[in-house]
Design a protein around this ligand. Sequence first.
Ligand code: HSE
Length: 431
Amino acid sequence: MTASKPAITLGLIGFGNVGQGVHEIVNTNQAMIAQRLGGQSVNIKTICVRTPEKYKHLVQTETLTNNPNDIFTDPDIDIVVEVIGGEDPAYDYIVQALSHKKHVVTANKELIAKHKKTFFELAKQHDVDILFEASVGGGIPIIKSFKVGYSANQMQSVYGILNGTTNYILTKLFEDQQAFDTVLKDAQALGFAEADPTADVSGLDAAYKIVILTAVALKLDIQIDDVFYQGIDAIQLTDIQYLNDMGFRVKLIAKATRVMDKVFAAVYPTAIPVDHPLAMVRNEFNAIFSMGNMVGESMIYGKGAGSLPTGSAVMSDILDIAFDIKAQLSRRHLETSLGTCPVLSIDDNQTEFYIRLSVSDEPGALEKITNTCSDASINISKLIQKERLNNTATVVILTSQVAESAFNSFKQKLKGLSVVHAIDAVIRVGL
Ligand code: HSE
């Protein structure tokens, strides 16, 4: 690869939602891209897909192949763009590409979260780069922000709305009171959700992303098993509305934060004050709110999913590598110096809780509940009785901060009270 090549040549592996976005950007912004690269154009030479016939109406037939080796062994191809997602066979494709001295651009959060160190070391060994801007935050240039923009800071914490699908669902549940399944289908049709949306809804997609942000922002190497994650499948409109009445919005928050000499990383539905900047992030938008020791608080916001926003992030990596090829330099060593530190267990996480109970509508029921709170040293910051129906009353309690392990024991004691018919919902409150 020389700096004087007339074009940067791409091989795409995968041509779904994101791959087609990249194709559209290469075509639409062709002249502008060439101008930014000092006359060098960006061309897609080969696209590898399982069934080439399916894509003949979209691209020239000679561009399509079902053999990834056509890309790895082609001396013309500078950059391999992996946009198939999932672990298998994408892991092998990235290893093959790096081993053939191809730069790699990937949108694959699962692979970067699980295999970042292997990839960084392989890239270093073969003197090429692997960039992954599209793996977190869709079109938001969040990786570059932490690598370069905040590089003069020790980052203390990162809180993100990192999954477009679940943010879209939570927004539509609350604002339009649409049914969960209907909104999920819309998110799939709009190209936000994963092929199998279970990872979106369960919080796993956001968990992969927080592993990556922990590396890029906090410079710490944690594993997916270190992240406690919980999705939005149990969230009900009733709780969204009750929490709204108390001044909170429910969001799926992914967080990584330093706690003394440990790091805590988790994803769970969180009720945050309506005036917090993250509370205003609606639909498929993502945002990353962070705290650095010099810059203080800041938030970056943009579209977290979809063909063109994600394609835009992929293209930004392609241009970044093209600049480096031109300048004959590499910045691949940025991620190779990740530190490690102990991970705080979810049991030791300190948070406030919202809890909704169905209780007997009878004298002394509330007293029994508040006595259980005081026996467990749970401080009540709010207690409201809601509807009463068929001898059952709905009670919601907001606690002060408490360790999760203490809260879990308290929950067990509540369940043992004859006046408590059910614990209907528990949602953590506050970042
Ligand atoms: N399914 C993901 C989301 C796409 O909804 O955010 C972007 O990673």
